[in-house]
Ligand binder design. Structure first.
Ligand code: IMP
Length: 189
């Protein structure tokens, strides 16, 4: 693994500290409300698991999986549902938990999809956001880290389904992906 990794961008202890502070804020904001966390598979598995355990309010958890199509690394905003929620979110307080907001097109689609189901409220928590990559302006209430426009792996994020299990967020050495981002698809299920 050492040779595949270019650099550690966010060490494990910084991720955990940030999740603890996001969880404290979310616990305060949703105190007395019945919160449903919606995680987006597979990338949000780690942040969902750690965030949920750091909250000190009762929550329910459900999952969605989507696939976004695009050419090369560019998300097109054309999204397909692979796995839908089991929960009826009508009149529920929903917090969508995301691993990363890149172009924002997938998130914009998810928000409009969930909003059409008439939840009582809908907010987003994203561990990572790449402001320079944004192609659409999406409001994210809880952001962990703004990061540079680089391809990152670890803590749920993959390259060709690998590296999700790393406890930190890092960047890949160019030899792993052939020196460009072209070979990365946007299929995220
Ligand atoms: P967006 O629609 O461009 O915002 O990106 C959608 C999805 O692409 C994210 O939720 C991730 O699953 C994936 N993605 C975007 N950037 C990265 C990255 O740097 N590493 C790994 N996956 C990424």
């Amino acid at each position: 693994m050492g040779a595949d990794l270019e650099k550690v961008l966010i060490p494990a202890d910084e991720l955990q500290a940030k999740i603890a502070s996001l969880a404290a804020q979310i616990s305060t904001d949703y105190s007395g409300r019945n919160l449903l966390l919606v995680g987006v598979l597979k990338g949000a598995v780690m942040v969902m698991a750690d965030l949920a355990r750091a909250l000190d309010i009762p929550v329910e958890m459900d999952w969605m999986a989507v696939s976004s199509y695009g050419s090369g690394t560019k998300s097109s905003g054309v999204v397909r549902t692979i796995l839908d929620l089991k929960t009826d979110i009508t009149d529920r307080h929903v917090l969508l938990v995301e691993d990363i907001v890149d172009s924002g097109l997938t998130l914009a689609w998810l928000i409009s999809n969930l909003r059409s189901r008439n939840p009582a409220s809908l907010e987003v928590c994203a561990l990572l956001r790449k402001p320079e990559a944004a192609r659409i302006d999406v409001y994210v209430k809880y952001v962990g880290f703004n990061i540079p426009n680089e391809f990152v792996i670890g803590y749920g994020l993959d390259y060709a389904e690998k590296y999700r299990n790393l406890p930190f967020v890092g960047t890949l050495a160019p030899h792993v992906y052939g020196g460009g981002r072209e070979q990365h698809g946007n299929n995220r299920d």
